[in-house]
Design a protein around this ligand. Structure first.
Ligand SMILES: O=C[C@H](O)COP(=O)(O)O
Length: 214
């Protein structure tokens, strides 16, 4: 199972979370990655944790003020990127361009989607992984794997109808080992989470509980 911790814009210490994630990954053999703010990528990568960007722009070098270049996040130490998170929604053409830019920079990709039909659609664009996240459950602490298990199973089926080599992650409200085990039992190959770790008083303890469900 792949555990991708998205720090979003939460007021947590990204280096402290990254160090906790690296420790848990090393101790348990679980693949854990951290996606901080772009400005924190280098500091997070320096901890040795697998580091991901929260977004990259579908552009190359040029007059693109305010963009987040895939090559720049790779230079900062990121090895992957999210695309189309519900809080950073993209048009279909922009998702495709972002995927191409990420691939050119050697970044692995997780494309997010709200529901199974969207999972099928974005799977067709050729990401490395997809993540289904019902927006209404994000940040609620109510795990999608238990609140809406059908959406997870249907997302796995939707991706499989397009390309069964694309793993499906799930996210929204995931925080405990039971949530992770439920996600795995529904066919997910990983989870995307944020508040359960970024808002935790003890991120390492939160991650140890989470991965105990594997
Ligand atoms: O990127 C993470 C997802 O939006 C889930 O967020 P959450 O774990 O706070 O519900």
């Amino acid at each position: 199972m792949f555990v991708l911790v998205n720090l979003k814009a939460y007021p947590c210490d990204p280096v402290a979370v990254a160090e906790a994630a690296a420790t848990v990954a090393d101790d348990t053999g679980t693949r854990v990655a951290v996606a901080p703010q772009a400005a924190h990528l280098s500091a997070v990568a320096a901890t040795g944790v697998e580091t991901w960007a929260q977004h990259v722009s579908g552009v190359d070098h040029g007059s693109h003020t305010g963009s987040t270049l895939a090559s720049a996040v790779a230079d900062a130490g990121a090895v992957g990127t999210l695309l189309n998170h519900s809080e950073r929604r993209l048009r279909l053409a922009a998702i495709d361009a972002g995927l191409r830019a990420a691939e050119d920079a050697g970044l692995e990709t997780v494309v997010c989607a709200n529901n199974p039909p969207q999972v099928g659609a974005v799977t067709a664009l050729g990401p490395d992984m997809v993540a289904v996240e019902p927006p209404e459950l994000i940040g609620t602490g109510t795990p999608v794997s238990q609140a809406d298990p059908d959406v997870v199973e249907e997302a796995v089926a939707a991706a499989g109808r397009v390309d069964d080599d694309v793993p499906v992650l799930c996210g929204a409200g995931i925080s405990t080992g039971d949530d992770l085990a439920a996600a795995r039992d529904l066919g997910s190959e990983g989870v995307l989470l944020a508040s359960g770790v970024a808002k935790a008083d003890d991120p390492e303890a939160a991650l140890r509980d989470l991965v105990s469900g594997i």
